[in-house]
Structures are given as C-alpha cells and as structure tokens.
Design a protein around this ligand. Structure first.
Ligand SMILES: Nc1nc(O)c(N)c(N[C@@H]2O[C@H](COP(=O)(O)O)[C@@H](O)[C@H]2O)n1
Length: 262
C-alpha cells in the first residue's frame, strides 16, 4: 500500500471533505459511514457522495451518479477502500473501473472478509491506487464498525449507574435516581446511536424498563434500538418493554425464545 505522502494537496483536502460527508451517514444499521469526492485532473471537485445506510448506494456510487456514470480521467477520494463484493449492492471497484476512474485515493483498507480486495482489483485494471490517506482520522470515525469487522462481533457499550461507593440501590432494595439529567440524556443519545439494547430478565422484573431512546421532553427519538432480553424467566404481559416500538416491528429479535410475545 502506498503512504499518505503520495496523495497530493488536493486529495488530502478532498479526504477531509469525504470525512465530513461520511459523518452524514447513520451510526446504526451495520454498514460503515463512508464519504467520496471525485476530483478532476486539476484537483477541482466534480462530485460528492456519501452512504446513507445498508441497502442504499455506496458513497462511490452516489458520487458516480452525479456525473452520470462517466468519470473518465477523474480521481475518486474515498474514506474506505472500495468494496469488491456483491452484498446488498454491487462491487464499487467494478463500478469505478467501468466509469473510467483513473486514480483512487482511500483512507482505510476494508477489513471485511467478502468485501476486501477492491484496491487490488482496481490496480489490476490499471487504476492508480493510493491507500492509507488520513487513515488515523478514518479509523477514529469508523472505530466501532472497524472493531466489529476485525473482531467478528458487535461493538458493545456497557452502561451502569452507581454511587461512588459502588451502590446501585439502598440496602432494602429501594432505588432512587443516582444520575442527573445530563447523564440520563447522554444514555438516551447512546440508545439512539446503537442497533440493540440488552438487559437481563432480572432488570425487566425489577425495574420494568421501557428501553426506548427518548428526548428531553420524553418524546421518542427517530432511531430506536431493538430491545434484547437475556434470561429464562417470563416477561410479564404488561411489561413496558412489550410496548417498545423496536420490539413490535422485530419481535423475534427483541425477546428471547422462551419469553416470546403472544
Ligand atoms: N467503499 C465502501 N463505500 C461505501 O459507501 C460502503 N457502504 C462500503 N461498505 C462495504 O460494503 C459492505 C456492505 O455492502 P452492501 O451494502 O451490503 O452491498 C460493508 O460491510 C463494507 O465492507 N464500502
């Protein structure tokens, strides 16, 4: 892989912009947030694109669409190595080759076992490829997705509330709010930026949590994590969890088999 030194000043600036575009994408849904900028031979931006989530066109395809698929002689600057597989959409490597892109500058190598190899395919087709550009910034942006892909498991955030001496409730089991409004709001932002939220049956029975992501005024936020309950004890019919919007749309994933809703 070539180093950052081989990207020119226009490409470095375009990668900065591609990072901004990537940030427009959703944090949830399993796909990475990716941005792409197409440059002409003078380093001027011709088109921009970004990925809007699983099942929608990748950033490169979004940018190519804006030049009508004719990108002869252009450089594609993209935060993630162009994919090389058929997933929910087609391989970006082939689309870039077909559109006539002459150079690809990317940030981080795609770690996916099926999707990797776009850089090599582009080189084989005679496209100049430079990888590793602003890689540290892309690594930071995609920390959760990259870790998940590399480790083969979901990114997990552990959250709990306790007093400084490690207590979660009074000795007799009664509990009061330990955290303030700022911390609680942060929790809801976290819920809204994750695909799933997991608790045990003990928590469901003791606290009757709703597990929804809510705003300051208690309103439901636009993205709701799928609630997952681990355990063998049945979930009461009137549990707040049963009214969770994520549970009603995807009940099989929401509640464990023995506790499935009736
Ligand atoms: N290079 C690139 N640009 C994008 O905009 C992307 N979303 C990706 N994603 C890679 O492709 C996989 C998803 O493929 P489908 O959306 O199912 O076709 C994802 O796991 C990444 O490896 N890459």
């Amino acid at each position: 892989m070539s180093s950052q030194a081989t990207a020119n000043e226009h490409e470095l600036a375009a990668m900065r912009r591609a990072l901004e575009l990537a940030e427009l994408g959703p944090l949830t849904g399993g796909n990475p947030r990716v941005g792409c900028v197409l440059l002409d031979a003078d380093g001027r931006t011709v088109a921009e694109g970004w990925h809007r989530g699983a099942g929608t066109p990748h950033a490169e395809i979004d940018a190519l669409a804006k030049v009508g698929g004719d990108a002869r002689g252009l450089t594609a600057v993209v935060t993630l190595e162009p994919c090389n597989h058929w997933g929910r959409t087609g391989p970006c490597s082939i689309a870039l080759i077909g559109a006539g892109i002459s150079r690809v500058v990317y940030g981080v190598t795609d770690p996916g076992s099926h999707s990797a190899g776009g850089g090599a395919r582009l080189r084989e087709a005679g496209v100049e490829v430079v990888g590793g550009v602003r890689a540290a910034e892309v690594e930071e942006l995609l920390e959760c997705w990259l870790a998940s892909e590399r480790r083969g498991r979901p990114w997990v955030t552990v959250k709990w509330a306790s007093t400084l001496d490690g207590r979660a409730a009074a000795a007799d089991g009664t509990s009061r709010w330990i955290t303030g409004t700022a911390a609680r709001q942060r929790v809801h932002e976290e819920r809204a930026s994750n695909d799933a939220i997991l608790v045990g049956t003990g928590t469901v029975l003791a606290d009757d949590p709703s597990l929804t992501a809510r705003g300051d005024a208690g309103e439901l936020l636009s993205h709701q994590p799928v609630p997952v309950v681990v355990g063998r004890r049945p979930i009461p019919d009137d549990a707040a969890l049963r009214r969770h919007p994520g549970a009603s749309s995807r009940p099989a994933a929401a509640i464990s088999r023995r506790c499935s809703p009736t």
